[in-house]
Design a protein. Structure first.
Length: 277
């Protein structure tokens, strides 16, 4: 496989960390961002110039542009830009705070958009590349108690889907990754809960209140998922979506089937809203 250079947001933990480890071990270069300096000191000590690290809060648009520009300047060419940084917010819509809503949209949606916008001039100038957008099974499904998290992921998927058609003429591929639950520590490290309201006790939205129970074990293997994400960049054309985990596949298939079943009976009614031919 050809050696590549990757730009990945959030490499201190989760999928970002796992991917960085696999890529570095394989001989690729990684430009990674972290929230806290020193959080990947072990990787720097082990791989030296093979890894380039910068501190970044993706909600700071000016900083995003500065860091992305610096990475391309330092490394010359970046083949893959991966939006990985993000977090989860769970609870009924009126259980989460205004501040939590603003933060999840700024991080998961706006932050991802701005990373891509900062990278596009460089990718076009070098004649192409690949953008990998980490989403979730919730990017195609929905559920009570996850409305704001789902909103951020549906938003970023809509952006990435449209972006793919915009940048295809420049030899830039876009892949949306939709993993199911994986043992990355996300539930304990990257998840916030709203403040429970008694009105929601016993309702479907209350089901998310136990998400941080450490006894639960997700079925997804993060090492295998990371390897499949890495392998996806060898596919031509870029796969529009990469579903990871059998439960994710089943949930997405069911959601799309139900959505189509809602739409198909409406063909005649939809046509009746047009001006007469």
């Amino acid at each position: 496989m050809p050696q590549r250079t990757w730009f990945i947001t959030g490499i201190s933990s989760g999928f970002g960390r796992t991917m960085a480890e696999q890529l570095l071990k394989a001989g690729d270069r990684v430009a990674g961002t972290v929230r806290k300096q020193g959080s990947v000191a072990d990787l720097v000590a082990s791989y030296g110039d093979q890894i380039w690290v910068a501190s970044l809060d993706v909600t700071d648009t000016a900083a995003v542009r500065s860091v992305v520009d610096a990475a391309f300047t330092a490394l010359g060419r970046i083949d893959v830009v991966m939006n990985n940084a993000g977090f989860g917010l769970f609870g009924a819509a009126e259980e989460v705070s205004d501040e939590q809503i603003e933060q999840i949209i700024a991080t998961n949606l706006t932050g991802s958009i701005q990373v891509v916008r900062a990278a596009l001039p460089h990718l076009r100038a070098q004649g192409g590349g690949r953008i990998v957008q980490l989403s979730t099974v919730g990017g195609q499904t929905a559920g009570a108690g996850a409305s704001l998290y789902i909103a951020s992921k549906w938003g970023v998927e809509g952006f990435a889907e449209s972006l793919a058609d915009e940048v295809a003429p420049f030899n830039i591929g876009v892949t949306i990754v939709e993993p199911g639950g994986a043992r990355t520590g996300f539930r304990l490290r990257g998840l916030q809960l709203g403040t429970p309201l008694a009105a929601y006790d016993g309702t479907p939205a209350a089901g998310v209140r136990g998400l941080q129970n450490p006894a639960y074990q997700e079925p997804g293997d993060p090492e295998r998922m990371a390897a499949l994400m890495i392998a996806s960049v060898n596919q031509e054309p870029a796969p529009r979506r990469l579903v990871l985990g059998h439960s994710a596949y089943l949930a997405i298939r069911a959601a799309l089937t139900d959505r189509l079943a809602d739409v198909e009976p409406q063909e005649a009614q939809a046509a009746s809203a047009d001006f007469p031919a």
